[in-house]
Design a protein around this ligand. Structure first.
Ligand SMILES: Cc1cc2nc3c(=O)[nH]c(=O)nc-3n(C[C@H](O)[C@H](O)[C@H](O)COP(=O)(O)OP(=O)(O)OC[C@H]3O[C@@H](n4cnc5c(N)ncnc54)[C@H](O)[C@@H]3O)c2cc1C
Length: 550
């Protein structure tokens, strides 16, 4: 554990505790962007080659994973990250107070846990500090009237028992759904003769989560819980096709593992892996231009004018909307240009971070209290409709937005000093306020205070006095911290519609990975691994050759 902490926080810029307290812990987005010095700074290497087999532009977990496969294949690899810290949406930093290691964006790695890179140890990141823990109390859903439900990992009886305290009928429905899901999971999804259960779920899934929840559950609590805990993929449950969100509690029963030391450990361990395979990872190196020779991409130019050449290929995780301005427009082709023009941002996210004295505890109606890794808060199922409306109008309706709460330090003592904890309140809010996105800078502290006060109503053991420091990230700050999160889209774009960028881009020698490619955003590592498969194939290799697996 101590070793992991050292890696996670290595070289982090730590501000003086009193400074943080006197300034109410406010940290600028620029500070967050430059918070860690875990990897080499631009210009720090005395002798550095300028030509590599592959140059990777951007260091999100996907491009780092892709670079790790390329390095493992024996290639020389250079990774250039524009910000002061690698990881993009998978970063953990000591931005609140010394000893508090906060996830600036993601926390849950439940999809990455199933990626063969980790699951089958294709890339040995466990050896470089990546280790998952799987909280037993996965998500708690508290309500203002004192009622609540809790998802216990892998435990249908315990989870259903908490539902039964709200509605016997809903608990029975939950059990039936669990049985039906299990049956459907064992069936061929392409069967010409699907079971009645499969047809039921197909029908349910095309509805909006709001309609599906009202179909399934009698209690407003179960309706609201399904919708609020189902929204985490980015699409609000008011939209058609989100019906599966209505039974998101069943999905959460599979568990939501997180890395020991914080989400950033995936990036740190991949960075270490790349360096151990003779790769170079540089921070503070924003790529501003692609080098094109004979219509082929042969390298990149950074903001400081330094140029790096790639013998075999350039791999980008830069948002494609930005990347297209880095090469002559005619090289992309009209069809590709049109298909990217039509990309829409998704609902933007905010993330409010707090260092706490004490740990959030939610009272239980039967007595006692509970603390888990995450909580989900929304009182009324119909509140989900405010998100689309506010997005269209650029307005805020703060009273009942769905809130996703992460407070995993209780499970991972490397994250906060004894007797203290971390609180992350996150969710969707419009990026483009009617006064313009910059208006966020004027209102974000007030918005965060309101959201915090709303949250504290559910945890009577805490008050504002327990807050030792805070870092408030508006949707605009999220984009400033990571330009790939275009207009606050944490999955880079509205991924519902597919139409992702290809791994092999229209310009020869240029590859794309990251959330702009299939299957889109979240911490999955899938775009990173998929891009590696395509790139290795063009180099006459297979993933199995490189990993010795499969
Ligand atoms: C508040 C919040 C909570 C989230 N929670 C979760 C969660 O719990 N679980 C989950 O699965 N997902 C979560 N997500 C989403 C997830 O973080 C992202 O979808 C995911 O990290 C995308 O990974 P990526 O590797 O594709 O790209 P990114 O992580 O976006 O990385 C792109 C990188 O490229 C760099 N870059 C961009 N342009 C340039 C340039 N021109 N030059 C050099 N570098 C450049 C960026 O600085 C960044 O480091 C959350 C996101 C946010 C913001």
């Amino acid at each position: 554990m101590i070793g992991l902490l050292a890696i996670s926080g290595e070289g982090a810029v730590v501000a003086n505790r009193r400074e943080f307290l006197t300034s109410a812990g406010l940290v600028s987005a620029a500070f967050v962007a430059g918070a860690s010095r875990a990897f080499a700074q631009a210009g720090s290497a005395a002798v550095r080659p300028e030509t590599f087999d592959y140059v990777v532009a951007g260091a999100g977990h996907n491009s780092l994973l892709c670079a790790a496969y390329l390095a493992k294949a024996g290639n020389s690899v250079l990774v250039l990250e524009g910000r002061g810290m690698i990881g993009g949406g998978a970063k953990t930093a000591e931005v609140l107070l010394p000893g508090f290691f906060e996830d600036l964006c993601s926390s849950s790695h439940h999809v990455f846990a199933r990626n063969p890179a980790y699951r089958d140890n294709e890339i040995e990141i466990r050896d470089y500090g990546y280790e998952l823990f799987d909280p037993e109390i996965v998500v708690h859903y508290p309500f203002a009237d004192g009622s609540s439900m809790t998802v216990h990992r892998g435990d249908l009886d315990q989870t259903a028992a908490t539902i039964e305290r709200v509605s016997k009928k809903d608990a029975e429905t939950f059990r039936q759904l669990a049985t039906a899901r299990q049956k459907v999971a064992g069936e061929d999804p392409n069967s010409a003769d699907p079971s009645r259960e499969a047809l039921f779920f197909q029908r349910l899934d095309v509805l909006s989560a709001f309609d599906a929840a009202r179909q399934l559950w009698e209690s407003p609590q179960m309706q609201a819980a399904g919708i609020s805990g189902g929204r985490w993929g980015g699409v609000p449950g008011s939209d058609p096709g989100t019906g599966s969100q209505a039974y998101s509690m069943l999905t959460h029963m599979n568990g939501r593992p997180m890395p020991v030391g914080g989400s950033g450990m995936v990036s740190t361990s991949l960075g270490r892996f790349i360096e151990a395979h003779d790769g170079i990872v540089l921070t503070n190196m924003p790529v501003v231009q692609l080098i094109i020779e004979d219509n082929r991409c042969t390298g990149v130019e950074c903001a400081d004018g330094s140029r790096f050449r790639a013998r075999k290929g350039v791999v980008s995780t830069i948002h494609v909307k930005h990347l297209m301005a880095m090469a002559p427009s005619e090289l992309w082709g009209q069809a590709f240009t049109d298909s990217v023009d039509i990309w829409q941002p998704e609902h933007a996210m905010f993330a409010f971070h707090f260092a706490l004295k004490g740990t959030p505890e939610y009272p239980l109606a039967a007595g006692g209290s509970i603390t888990g890794a995450e909580a989900s808060i929304m009182e009324r199922p119909e509140s989900i409709f405010t998100l689309n409306q506010d997005q269209a109008r650029g307005e805020l309706t703060l009273d009942d937005y769905p809130l996703q709460i992460v407070h995993a330090a209780g499970y991972d003592q490397t994250r906060a000093p004894a007797g203290h904890s971390l609180l992350k309140i996150e969710g969707g809010m419009p990026y483009a306020l009617k006064e313009g996105p910059e208006h966020w800078d004027a209102i974000k502290d007030q918005v965060a205070d309101q959201v915090l006060d709303r949250y504290l109503r559910y945890t009577p053991n805490l008050s504002r006095d327990n807050v030792l420091a805070k870092v408030i990230m508006s949707p605009l700050d999220i984009e400033r911290m990571n330009p790939a999160m275009w207009r606050g889209s944490v999955h880079h774009l509205d991924k519902r519609w597919g139409n992702f960028a290809p791994y092999r881009m229209p310009i020869a020698g240029l590859y794309q990975t990251g959330a702009c490619t299939a299957p889109g955003g979240s911490v999955t590592g899938q775009p990173g691994r998929n891009a590696a498969i395509a790139i290795l194939e063009d180099d006459g290799k297979t993933l199995a050759d490189v990993t010795g697996k499969g």
